[in-house]
Ligand binder design. Structure first.
Ligand code: 4AD
Ligand code: MG
Length: 435
């Protein structure tokens, strides 16, 4: 294969009208008549219509062009022309073409395919227009997350993925053998480590893959997902909720600003996204139960809201909603008891509108050593694994709060896609480990 030095990216073409360029990419669609042929090329930066006129190129080039098949990789040289109907406002009048990598019988054709087939071919399906658009939105979400925290003086702290039985809940841990030390578990959260780092650096966040061995088959659960978790010293639950409003609004605004073309490709109605701005709606868990009861569902006080109840509740609001003060028994051991109502904790979930459910879980942390120890014992957690975590309450304890936002749920919501498995390049689910 020839060296790949001098070529132009499709996204750079609008300023090169009238110039001769070489493009390298993949053929998405083709059509031709006796005199003129068209192909649409993709190179990751955009799509380009290439036009060949039989009268303008030699017979060889014409035949090569006419024989192009879906996903052949090619190099095309030609002149950039203005074309108001094309994306980016340009097309390429081709003069020369070279096939770099043939593609015979590409398995994913423009016809409809079943979900199972598509996920078995995920490595190839990723090239399709919708999947490219989703991946580009995901990139923006991730970049917005990093920018948001960087601009506000947070420090990134990378927390371990291999941990000793410590996290959210027992029972959904992936385990592996760890040298002579017995079992290690894949991280369900970086939070506990981040609390230690918050005492060192003040405002911190971690951002990485997170693992849950729950046997859930819902459209909101993956076995491996990406979570970003900020933790802030001296923030109480109120401050924590305000940070979430600013954060979620920032991410959505960035996608609207920079990924409008991709959202259009996904046929996303952006009106509900335009409304995402602080303040979000707020409702206590107890009032939320009354509200969903009024809508026909029934949840006994003390149980967490399920996906259906979250959808019911969120559908009655036009923006994200923060549900606060859940019952202690429904949530994790580390959440601080609500002094005004000790059956509840100082926590909140953030529910996205349009049926996307919980995108954030957060809380003020229990900062009292003895209360925390009592909770660890009451939950039957292995006390010895939490010794270092209790130390944070022994040496200069401090008010602190934080939250975790799931990237795939956020991307699915912003893209308006029904299932989070398309919001990550290679999803890991109970029944899916390949490709
Ligand atoms: O509510 P969760 O379990 O909270 C925590 O892990 C806390 N330690 C966060 C913190 O306070 N630092 O998870 C947080 C978010 C959820 O709101 C959801 O968006 C996402 O992580 N999430 C999942 N996403 C995909 N698949 C799963 N199985 C998920 N479980 C949680
Ligand atoms: Mg949660």
């Amino acid at each position: 294969m020839p060296a790949m030095k001098d070529h132009t990216r499709i996204s750079d073409l609008p300023v090169l009208i009238g110039q001769s360029v070489t493009i390298r990419g993949w053929v998405t669609t083709t059509r031709s008549s006796g005199k003129i042929a068209f192909a649409v090329l993709r190179d990751g930066t955009g799509y380009l219509q290439v036009v060949v006129s039989r009268a303008e190129v030699g017979d060889d080039a014409w035949e090569r062009f006419r024989a192009l098949t879906q996903e052949t990789s090619v190099s095309v040289t030609g002149v950039v022309r203005a074309d108001a109907r094309s994306p980016g406002g340009v097309e390429l009048g081709a003069m020369e073409i070279a096939v770099l990598g043939p593609s015979v019988d590409f398995p994913i054709t423009p016809k409809e395919h079943g979900t199972t087939f598509l996920f078995e071919h995920r490595h190839l399906w990723l090239r399709s227009r919708r999947q490219v658009a989703i991946m580009r939105v995901r990139h923006e979400v991730v970049q917005a997350i990093r920018d948001f925290f960087h601009e506000r003086g947070f420090f990134l702290v990378d927390t371990p993925i291999l941990t000793a039985a410590i996290g959210e809940t027992a029972g959904s841990l992936f385990e592996t053998d760890y040298f002579d030390l017995g079992k290690a578990y894949l991280a369900q959260t970086g939070q506990l480590y981040l609390e230690a780092a918050a005492a060192a650096l003040g405002k911190v966040y971690c951002f990485g893959p997170t693992f849950r061995a729950e046997k859930s088959k819902t459209r909101r659960h993956l076995a491996e997902f990406w979570m970003v978790e900020p933790e802030v010293a001296w923030y109480d639950s109120e401050d924590n909720m305000r940070l979430q409003e600013d954060f979620v609004s920032y991410i959505v605004a960035r996608c609207l600003e920079r990924r409008r073309e991709d959202l259009k490709e996904l046929e996303r109605d952006t009106a509900p996204l335009e409304r995402v701005a602080p303040p979000f709606h707020r409702i206590s868990y107890t009032d939320a139960l009354k509200k969903v009861e009024g809508l026909g569902a029934s949840v006994p006080w003390g149980k967490d809201l399920g996906g259906d109840e979250e959808t019911l509740l969120a559908n009655s609001f036009d923006r994200p909603v923060l549900v606060f003060n859940y019952p202690r028994e429904a949530k994790a051991f580390y959440m601080k008891e609500n002094p005004a109502d000790p059956k509840t904790v100082l926590n909140n979930d953030c529910l996205a509108p349009e049926g996307y459910g919980e995108i954030i879980g957060g809380s003020q942390r229990e900062d009292d050593h003895d209360r925390l120890l009592a909770r660890i014992r009451a939950e039957g957690l292995p006390e010895e694994a939490y010794g270092w975590y209790l130390d944070l309450r022994k040496y200069g304890t401090f008010v602190h709060s934080g939250f975790g936002l799931g990237v795939e749920r956020t991307v699915a919501w912003i893209c308006g896609i029904p299932h989070i498995r398309e919001a990550i390049a290679f999803p890991r689910q109970m029944h899916r480990l390949r490709p």
